[in-house]
Design a protein around this ligand. Sequence first.
Ligand code: GLY
Length: 354
Amino acid sequence: MSQQLIFTNDVALQLDYLITQGDKKPTFVIADTNTAALVLPSLTSECKSLSDARLITINAGDTNKTLDSLAQVWKELSDNGATRSSLIINIGGGMVTDLGAFAASTFKRGVRFINVPTTLLGAVDASVGGKTGINFNGLKNEIGVFREAESVIISSCFFGTLPLDELKSGYAEMLKHGFLTSATEVNSLIERNIAEIGSELMLQLLERSVKVKQDIVEIDPTEKGLRRALNLGHTAGHAFESNAMASGQPIPHGFAVAHGLIIALILSHMRLGFETSWLYKTAHWVETNYPKLHFTCDDYPTLLDYMAHDKKNKRPDQISFTLLSAPGEIHCGQIVGHNDITAALDIYRDLMHI
Ligand code: GLY
């Protein structure tokens, strides 16, 4: 059975309903230091059952998505009488929902949990689809399990105070979902000014976008085939993200995905005849909305190396991309050689004027 997705701008009401239905059970909230300070006070003031729950706070930031933070959560659950019939509510960005969901999935072999994403990136991607985990041994999401939340409450009411860059980061994943769906969806996203999307419209766009992921995950929950479609833009995107991180100028995940999407569309044209008009339109949109990347042909070997180490590759010597023959026409597992990737990087630099 797939997880229940609840789209609402009355989060307190929904939470109260989910916490109080059924038997009375010990309820725990997992939040990070940012969410605990910025989101929880107003939410708990509106939701009595949430204020009765025990709060577990972890340090904010992806660098804290670690075994130490996980052990802290397990310990607090254990010390405070969590049982298999407890309910855990993860409130925060992708770091909190990934780690909290993994803690819930493993504590006493699995406790029910609800995700309440508070960032656009979390709402459109991380909180939905059952990927849970922590970083380990210097590798992102190295340890984890697939286990879906019982419910995910998706709301745009938390985004009013998010920095614009955070919204742009999540919006790139929405555009990715648009490209996996249809020309109409791509146009409806690309034609908007991200800064001016109001809360109600954002909730409607989110509902359409998250459904794209949900439909794919229902068919392929453990990423054996179709779910790889969700990697569109990520093969090059992860390489850009790692390269930026290594050069001491990290960029938000979604910025890297926006640029990685351009590489995927260039390769889609080269390999599958994807129409160039989409490519030009998207490149222009990315150039207008996201900061430029800085790299030269001297960085190609490093970028290729990062792509070769993408954990979605079946073999390290074969770099695999999700490509499109048109918006909505998906081709997963396309193996692309170094020469074609190098050509795509050259075209990208021309298109993006770097
Ligand atoms: N973020 C891609 C996935 O959940 O499969």
